[in-house]
Design a binder for this molecule. Structure first.
Ligand code: HDE
Length: 709
């Protein structure tokens, strides 16, 4: 029974805060979530077959019939159970971000940030917190391809000792709209058009581009979407951004604003567009397989986890609104600081149970983290719980193994679909004297969550502030900050997409609008698609404001992919060769490639091992050159018909996608004289060229190669 006060009454003013002797919060172990999931893992190996009720069955191949050729009987509970379950095996796919790949990992803090936040995962050095992450495309259905031109979602769930903390971000730093109320319109515009349900996983259609020109806050993100960032080489080579401004709060209750980003230690790399189209057809699962294989082989992807910190006093010091999700915080003005590393080191055991059922929510926060008034973020806080209620079939989705925290859950919520908890006793309301007023409320000093007490003073109004109305300055700054090659790719991407737009008026509106980003860029696009000369004034929606002088000065060189990290690690070298090439030493070549941390895949006419015992990975027919990052051709003395038939396609595709090539043997009939001298091409039988080849592989693409596309 609860203690009474000195007047002999129960204290009914408030429930006790953190009674003496209450359990202290203990740090979680990095494998805490893995251990937790163990409890739910099922291994059928060597086990007898049972129904879902545990009944062992003598047979699972025939339904119960009245006579061997007679009708099936209703009393066949086994048949009914099996078919009933099968009939309900699908749940609604995510309305956006339906196609994704998940992985377990660890966040390791490398810098103590307790001066700025009391969030447990960021305090202390070398502190490890388990996590689960899901990277996704946005527009495509769950069964679509891995490699459309699209932004990638990048969500992380940290299982901390103070509950789950989710960062639900993207691989680009800005969003397409500023206010959540426009999200359904945007999604309707980018998804397949409702009359025909085409096109799948593509923004190259009328409704998307119509939306863009009618909502010009989209300008900046569209530039990113047309850039190489939207066609990544691998999901292990994408950045992640929290996009919104969040608030951090320290132990003293002092707040600051923050933005998150995490950068891959392998660098940010992309494919070229022609290659991407072919990858989609040749291996629609290429990126999920790439992630799975890398983790499976122990090549764990690692991201540097960084934060930009802004004192609250500086909120209004910039030519853009720091709450605007269509703007980045340029690093020249607000430098980023590395505070940790995020490593993916374990694959899921079951795609549906983990990757499909994981439920992220930007509203899942822990003490030390709070929201800002970014109107996009505010709307998201409502949306995610709502969507999960439908997708996961009831209010108890937080009890699904992948979603449950690694700490205990104690409250008075009860019942609902799929309730797994067995709460004891009669009390299911707060402050009961029967249960000693348990569960008690934790005081903020001891880790109880308390919202930041921001002072709000304003009129109730459906509007946006003028500080959100400049839509073009950062779109221009982004374009100006990237390399010539990246700029060309943007022009090509716009030209491709707009060529698919059927309505001439929409095509013209787009070039007119983007003349406000860069006139030369818009002119090139207009020329490519046969539109009239762009007119920036005609394309400017006066609902926006022209960039101020200050805003025009913003620079963002940090986003040029030309400045990224280059490493040969995990890149794939295809070794194209003939069956039964007795003389060639495949073993040493494969070893040298692997010594440099790259991967070697032998491609031949059939799958029989090479004479020196190397595994052949692919047949000519079952691999396409776009799936390799570089090509070595081992030309035999007397090439077989099969070798000669396919070698042309392998070399041509690799050449025109600017990738490294090494011809070991006679180059005649494979490359013409000009091509043999092209950058990134080696023609030599000398195996010492391996060093030069690895250097080329590290560089990845030779943009100055003539004859490429
Ligand atoms: Fe989401 N978003 N979103 N979003 N979002 C969903 O939640 C929504 C936004 C993002 O791998 C949905 O569980 C609204 C920004 C990711 O499971 C849904 C708004 C950013 C994922 C939803 C936004 C994102 C989602 C669909 C405008 C980047 C996949 C299924 C206010 C910062 C997470 C689901 C995963 C998923 C709503 C805007 C990222 C419908 C209303 C901005 C990575 O609730």
């Amino acid at each position: 029974m609860a203690k009474k006060n000195d007047k002999g009454q129960h204290d009914f003013i408030k429930a006790p805060l953190t009674p003496k002797g209450a359990e202290k919060v203990k740090p979680v172990k990095d494998n805490a979530k893995i251990k937790d999931l163990e409890k739910n893992k099922v291994d059928n190996k060597g086990k007898a077959f049972t129904t879902n009720k545990g009944l062992k069955m003598a047979e699972d191949e025939f339904s119960l019939k009245a006579g061997r050729r007679g009708p099936t009987l209703l009393e066949d509970f086994h048949l009914r159970e099996k078919i009933m379950h099968f009939d309900h095996e699908r749940i609604p796919e995510r309305i956006v971000h339906a196609r994704g790949v998940g992985a377990h990992g660890i966040f390791k803090s490398t810098k103590d940030m307790s001066k700025y936040t009391k969030a447990c995962l960021f305090s202390g050095h070398n502190k490890e917190t388990p996590l689960f992450s899901r990277i996704s495309t946005v527009a495509g259905f769950r069964g679509s391809t891995d490699t459309p031109r699209d932004v990638r979602g990048f969500a992380i769930k940290f299982y901390t000792e103070e509950g789950n903390y989710d960062i639900v971000g993207n691989n680009v730093p800005v969003f397409i709209i500023q206010d959540a109320i426009k999200f359904p319109d945007f999604v309707h515009a980018v998804k397949p058009e409702p009359d025909t349900e085409v096109p799948q996983a593509q923004s190259a259609h009328d409704t998307f581009w119509d939306f863009v020109t009618r909502n010009q806050e989209s300008a900046h993100m569209v530039m990113w979407q047309m850039s190489d960032r939207a066609i990544p080489l691998s999901l292990r080579m994408v950045d992640g951004f929290g996009v919104h401004t969040f608030r951090w709060i320290n132990k003293e209750g002092k707040a600051c604003f923050v933005r998150y980003q995490w950068n891959p230690q392998l660098g940010v790399h992309s494919r070229v567009w022609d290659e991407t189209l072919k990858v989609s057809g040749n291996d629609p699962d290429s990126q999920r397989k790439d992630m799975y294989d890398a983790i499976d082989e122990g090549s764990y992807p690692v991201w540097d986890f960084c934060v930009q910190i802004l004192p609250v006093e500086k909120e209004h010091d910039f030519p853009f609104d720091i709450l605007d999700p269509t703007k980045v915080w340029p690093e020249e003005d607000i430098p980023k600081v590395k505070i940790g590393e995020m490593i993916f080191n374990r694959n899921v055991d079951n795609y549906f149970a983990e990757t499909e059922q994981v439920a992220f929510n930007p509203g899942n926060v822990i003490p030390g983290i709070d929201f800002s008034n970014d109107p996009l973020l505010q709307g998201r806080l409502f949306s995610y719980t709502d969507t999960q209620l439908l997708r996961l079939g009831g209010p108890n989705f937080a009890q699904i193994p992948i979603n449950r925290p690694v700490v205990g859950v104690h409250n008075n919520q009860r019942d609902g679909w799929h309730q797994h908890m067995i709460n004891k006793g009669p009390v299911a309301y707060h402050k009961s004297i029967i249960d000693d007023q348990s569960p008690y409320y934790e005081s903020p000093e001891n880790g109880g969550y308390e919202h930041y007490q921001e002072k709000i003073d304003g009129q109730v109004i459906k509007a946006r502030d003028d500080s959100f109305r400049d839509h073009f300055s950062q779109a221009t700054a982004f374009y100006k900050s990237i390399s010539k090659v990246e700029q060309e790719h943007i022009i090509n991407a716009f030209s491709f997409e707009l060529s698919k737009v059927q309505r001439e008026e929409i095509r013209q509106n787009v070039v007119d609008m983007f003349a406000n980003v860069d006139m030369k860029m818009a002119e090139e696009i207009a020329k490519n698609i046969g539109a009239d000369k762009p007119d920036a004034d005609r394309g400017f929606d006066p609902i926006g404001l022209k960039p101020s002088k200050e805003a025009k000065k913003v620079k963002m060189p940090e986003f040029a992919q030309a400045n990224t990290i280059f490493k040969p690690d995990t890149l794939k070298v295809g070794i194209y060769s003939d069956d039964d090439d007795d003389d060639f030493d495949f073993k040493s070549l494969v070893k040298k490639i692997k010594d440099n941390k790259a991967k070697a895949e032998i491609i031949q006419g059939n799958l029989k091992d090479t004479k020196d015992g190397q595994k052949v990975d692919h047949r000519y027919e079952t691999i396409h050159p776009v799936l390799e990052d570089a090509l070595i051709v081992v030309v035999p003395e007397k090439p077989s018909k099969d070798f000669s038939k396919n070698v042309g396609e392998f070399v041509d595709e690799t050449f025109k996608h600017y990738k490294p090539i090494w011809l070991i043997g006679d180059p005649e009939a494979i490359l013409d004289k000009e091509q043999q001298k092209a950058p990134g091409v080696i023609v030599s039988k000398d195996m010492k060229e391996i060093d030069k080849f690895i250097e080329n592989l590290t560089k990845q693409r030779f943009w100055d190669r003539d004859g490429s596309i």
